[in-house]
Ligand binder design. Structure first.
Ligand SMILES: Nc1ncnc2c1ncn2[C@@H]1O[C@H](COP(=O)(O)OP(=O)(O)OP(=O)(O)O)[C@@H](O)[C@H]1O
Ligand SMILES: [Mg+2]
Length: 261
């Protein structure tokens, strides 16, 4: 059974058909890469899936539950199951909150009963899980590098124990040397925590690095969906071929190796 089943989803802003009839299935534990040029509707699709932006039409069934049928209370509870990671960790983290207070607050959305040492231990474990030293938990976002800040944002997304992660251009703002470290962290988390992930990028090479399957989006529609290896090495749609000729931002040899193995 698919974990997420999306059928003919539309999100329009007046005449702008940002999401214009998208259908796909996502299996539990799968990483779906979503790629397409700026303005094609990737972020609107993710915000619609997150229930942050109401859809205009279509359906979305998560784990057997149709989201349209949920009461606002149930929706709030179920929303903890999916979390987002954004492009700019600096903008998405509160500059006046320490790492501890940011992560503690996120932990308590799911487990409000935690406090004191137990909560501190939980925050430390989350930081460690994301490759950070818990000794830094009393520091503020500006005291970290961009890569470390993205690790904090990832830890915050994990804190409510989500099942689905949507990562919207999570490495686009990072130095090329840091990008693969963050991609590897995301891959490990999906494997270890049995997460399902939608990974968004305008860069097909970045998407190919992680994804099991890739969806190519253009003008609010999916023009091609397939196994990562097939879409990357034998694209069917002219638009996908066009995306492939764009300059890659990470080591494509490593991707070719991974896809071949
Ligand atoms: N809140 C909104 N109100 C009106 N139009 C919007 C809104 N959000 C997005 N749009 C429009 O919807 C279309 C899709 O935008 P979206 O941000 O989803 O694209 P994207 O693929 O994420 O682009 P990028 O790669 O630049 O992040 C664009 O034409 C955009 O201007
Ligand atoms: Mg976007």
């Amino acid at each position: 059974m698919s974990y997420l089943k999306v059928r003919d989803l539309h999100t329009h802003f007046g005449d702008v058909r940002a999401v214009d009839g998208v259908s796909f299935d996502l299996a539990r534990g799968e990483i779906l890469g979503l790629v397409g040029e700026s303005g094609c509707g990737k972020s609107t699709l993710s915000r619609t899936l997150m229930q942050l932006q109401p859809s205009t039409a279509g359906s979305m069934v998560l784990d057997g539950t149709d989201f349209v049928s949920l009461s606002p209370d149930e929706l709030r509870r179920r929303r903890l199951d999916f979390q987002m990671i954004f492009q700019d960790p600096y903008a998405s983290l509160n500059p006046r909150h320490t790492v501890f207070s940011t992560l503690a607050e996120a932990v308590c959305t799911r487990r409000p009963e935690l406090s004191g040492d137990t909560l501190t231990q939980e925050v430390a474990a989350l930081m460690q899980r994301c490759g950070m030293n818990p000794a830094a938990m009393r520091k503020y976002p500006h005291e970290f590098s961009g890569g470390q800040r993205q690790r904090i944002a990832i830890a915050r997304a994990l804190a409510p124990q989500p099942k689905l992660l949507i990562a919207d251009e999570p490495v686009s703002a990072l130095d090329v040397s840091i990008q693969s470290q963050i991609l590897n962290l995301l891959q490990d988390l999906v494997d270890d925590l049995e997460l399902t992930m939608i990974f968004i990028s305008h860069d097909l090479s970045v998407v190919s690095y992680l994804s099991d399957r890739i969806a190519v989006m253009k003008s609010g529609k999916f023009v091609e969906v397939g196994e990562a290896d097939q879409v990357f090495n034998r694209p069917e749609h002219a638009y996908t071929k066009e995306l492939l000729t764009a300059v890659p931002s990470i080591d494509t040899d490593a991707i070719a190796l991974r896809l071949a193995s």
